[in-house]
Design a protein around this ligand. Structure first.
Ligand SMILES: Cc1ncc(COP(=O)(O)O)c(C=O)c1O
Length: 427
């Protein structure tokens, strides 16, 4: 990758470690992209790849979808941002409220991290309490409180989960304000909530947490979450920054849970920077008056237009097709693993899945947590897929899109077969 190598050398003079976004990093350096079209991307080195990273779940229609491009071009020519509202923000909010039963009001912002932060602040303002509960190892972006225990490990996570700083220098006050519990453990949830109820503003969960097996939280756990939070006047916040892609009515439309507030991002911006909080009218109306949210680029009309164009094309049938594709590909990958007798498994839901290098049951972060050997196998597998022309997210995760064709599926399975063979040979 000579051109990428030269760009990376140049980047090191101006970007720390030569990069500016850790989630897309892989060793020795990521290659540089020239352009994307549909399900494919083309590197500056002249190579073509099947892109199944899709900017970590953003691009549900793949790259440069024509209607999205047209909407962006039209808005760009009409002006990119104003210190005044545009109709485009109403249209996207209406679309979201029509689809998801619990969405009565929406506030836009620029990223999923900001959406999580705004939802937590809204819950604090609404309840007059400060603490939150979150699940161990579950990622919600980079807000100080939400990133506690993102990457805790067996040396620091304790018998019962303790709040572990993700960033050195995290203030004690932040650590004391976050209580950590394990996904799908009702008894632990009940204990944590009941012991701290009078101080709790919110429980924050991802209803399909990727680092807990990438499957929906168990139905009885979701029911307990809703009942306990309601009983104690605590707001339930769902993070559907990724999970909205699991259904026309989002994850909550499919598996329930009835959150008070939901943080959104990724797909709702059609490929442009976005975040939003959606939820109960009473909470949203009241906190809109007390919680400031006035980012310079909030409800940017280019993002709003792109999001509307992209989301409009996601019909109930699109979700059925994405689900069917996910099922088909997961089954085919599982069959390949069995043919090779590899100690691996495919875990996922709907249009997303990850490859794990073991066969244990995963239902929370501790059962997900990768041994050094499993982590090394993940990195090697990501690389082997790249060598076969397929870009996965660095965690060996696939985000399918409506742009994936049957030829792409065949390409994916050929690459998968070769990468599993490489893994078996190395083991
Ligand atoms: C579940 C979840 N929540 C929040 C975020 C943060 O969103 P953003 O990267 O737009 O700040 C992410 C990002 O990957 C996410 O996956």
């Amino acid at each position: 990758m000579p051109t990428s190598e030269a760009l990376y050398a140049r980047a090191q003079h101006v970007l720390p470690n030569g990069d500016t976004r850790s989630a897309r990093w892989f060793d020795p350096y990521p290659f540089y992209v020239e352009r994307g079209a549909g399900s494919h991307i083309f590197s500056v080195d002249g190579d073509e790849y099947l892109d199944l990273a899709n900017n970590l779940g953003v691009l549900i229609h793949g790259h440069a979808q024509p209607d999205v491009v047209a909407a962006v071009q039209q808005q760009a020519a009409a002006g990119s941002c104003f210190a005044l509202p545009t109709e485009s923000e109403i249209a996207l909010a209406e679309l979201l409220c029509e689809r998801v039963t619990g969405f009565e009001r929406v506030r836009f912002i620029n990223t999923g991290s900001e959406a999580v932060a705004l939802a937590i602040k809204a819950a604090r303002a609404h309840t007059g309490r400060t603490k939150i509960v979150k699940l161990e190892g579950v990622y919600h972006g980079s807000y100080d409180y939400a990133e506690i225990s993102n990457y805790s490990n067996p040396d620091n996570w304790g018998n019962e989960p303790v709040a572990v700083a993700t960033v050195p220098g995290t203030p004690d006050g932040v650590l004391e304000s976050v209580l950590v519990t394990q996904a799908n453990d009702i008894e632990m949830l009940e204990r944590v909530i009941c012991a701290n109820a009078s101080e709790l503003a919110a429980v924050l969960v991802d209803p399909v947490p990727p680092r807990c097996g990438m499957r929906p939280l168990h139905a009885d756990y979701l029911a307990a979450l809703r009942a306990l939070t309601r009983q104690h006047g605590i707001l339930l916040i769902f993070d559907e920054v990724i999970a909205l892609r699991f259904g026309y009515g989002g994850a909550q439309g499919r598996w329930g849970g009835h959150p008070d507030l939901t943080a959104l991002g990724k797909i709702i911006g059609g490929g442009y920077p976005v975040g939003a909080v959606a939820g109960r009218a009473d909470v949203m109306e009241a906190t809109a008056r007390s919680v400031s949210s006035s980012g310079t680029f909030t409800a940017n009309p280019i993002t709003m237009s792109a999001g509307f164009a992209s989301m409009s094309q996601l019909t109930p049938a699109s979700f059925d097709e994405l689900d069917a594709m996910g099922e088909r590909v997961r089954q085919a990958c599982t069959d390949i693993i069995a043919q090779h007798g590899a100690d691996m498994q495919v875990c996922g839901t709907g249009s997303i899945f990850s490859i794990y290098f073991h066969q244990r049951e995963v239902s929370d972060y501790r059962s997900y947590y990768k041994t050094p050997t499993e982590a090394a196998a993940t990195t090697a597998f990501h690389r082997a897929m790249l060598q076969n022309g397929v870009l996965l997210a660095p965690t060996a995760t696939v985000f399918l899109s409506t742009a994936v064709t049957s030829a792409d599926e065949a390409w994916l399975l050929d690459a998968f077969n070769a990468a599993v063979q490489t893994h078996v040979n190395a083991a």
